[in-house]
Design a protein around this ligand. Structure first.
Ligand code: FMN
Length: 177
């Protein structure tokens, strides 16, 4: 097994998880900015991490546009976000279907970890987007449970990252050695 961790991050949460994972696996963690798909071909296990932004996994097209080239690789995706991991309807139906439009191939396994959102660190564009989302959801007459949760999540201010969350991913990767 020769793994590599690639991460794409805006505020550092996914980078932190990527470095924890790389440390536990004894491999490198590399910023996706400096990675091309051809660089990945030397590895058996490719671990890609991206934060969730409006349900899109940041930078995931590095993987999804190249599934054919990577079909013989063991691919592990991890996302970081604010939506609780037990919101399976949100995660499995919205996030996974939106990012893997033709379904998740057998060689791809996906994990979700709690991330970080420090409101005062956000760019103006992101702060405005969060405010607009909150206003839109809060204005609904008969909000669904998910819409109510989204209103709450807009006020989540903090770092919810937790190194213990990576243990299943590490076990999964080591189990495929
Ligand atoms: C504009 C914006 C949109 C977001 N959208 C989502 C989302 O759809 N689902 C989610 O769970 N978290 C969402 N988040 C939370 C981020 O995914 C979370 O803070 C993540 O840890 C950021 O990772 P990064 O710092 O590595 O980029 C959003 C945050 C911002 C600022």
């Amino acid at each position: 097994m020769k793994p590599i961790v690639i991460y794409k991050t805006k505020y550092g949460s996914t980078k932190e998880y990527g470095e924890w994972i790389a440390e536990d696996l004894g491999c490198s963690a590399v910023d996706a900015k400096s990675v091309k798909v051809s660089d990945l071909l030397a590895y058996d296990t490719i671990i890609y991490g991206g934060g969730l932004y409006a349900e899109i996994i940041n930078g995931i097209t590095l993987i999804t546009k190249n599934l054919d080239k990577l079909k013989d690789k063991n691919i592990v995706i991890f996302t970081t976000g604010l939506t609780p991991s037990d919101c399976r309807d949100y995660y499995d139906k919205i996030v996974i279907e939106r990012n893997f439009k033709t379904g998740v191939p057998d060689n791809v396994k996906i994990f979700n970890f709690p991330g970080k959102m420090m409101l005062e660190e956000l760019t103006i564009v992101h702060r405005t987007a969060i405010k607009a989302l909150k206003k839109m959801m809060a204005g609904k007459e008969n909000p669904t449970e998910m819409e109510k949760l989204l209103v709450e999540l807009c006020d989540h201010d903090g770092d919810f990252s937790d190194r213990a969350c990576i243990s299943d991913l590490i076990k999964y990767v080591n189990g495929r050695e």
